[in-house]
Design a binder for this molecule. Structure first.
Ligand SMILES: [Zn+2]
Length: 156
């Protein structure tokens, strides 16, 4: 697929890589994920066309990683899964992209076809996170589970 940066033209962002216990490379499912540091309430757009695979909305809860130090990683994952608003899109080539830590309102639903650039909601504070960012990840489903893949994002 050709994937675009998941924000409108002109949005100022910075790519960050968390380190330590929550480093993406610690998790095969998130190995190549990108944390886009952007202002809260920045509109998030689909990186490519596809069909909405799954959605979670309605959460207004987030936890700071530093408050969870010492907690079992599986417990943290459960906490994150429960409280993270997200959209996951399945693309025609069989890849998926996911957009995490959205605000509570997500304007797309499971099964909906979306064009590249379709608004998916706004960056918010949900799940496990410190500074305001969008966690963006492209992945494939393999026999071993979810495997993050590296992608090039073009500016639109
Ligand atoms: Zn992340």
């Amino acid at each position: 697929m050709e994937y675009r940066v998941p924000f409108r033209e002109g949005v100022v962002y910075r790519e960050a890589k968390p380190t330590g216990q929550f480093a993406h490379e610690n998790f095969p499912e998130a190995r190549y994920a990108i944390d886009f540091v952007v202002d809260l309430d920045t509109e998030v757009l689909a990186a490519a066309e596809g069909k909405v695979f799954s959605v979670q909305r309605g959460s207004t809860t987030h936890f700071r990683p530093q408050d969870l130090i010492g907690m079992d990683i599986e417990e943290i994952k459960k906490l994150a899964n429960k409280h993270t608003n997200y959209v996951c899109i399945e693309h025609p080539d069989g890849t998926f992209t996911e957009y995490l830590h959205l605000g509570p309102d997500v304007p797309v639903s499971e099964g909906q076809d979306v064009e590249s650039g379709k608004p998916l909601g706004y960056t918010g504070q949900s799940g496990v996170m410190s500074e305001s960012h969008l966690h963006f990840n492209a992945f494939k489903l393999t026999e071993g589970g979810i495997r993050s893949i590296p992608v090039n994002l073009c500016e639109k």
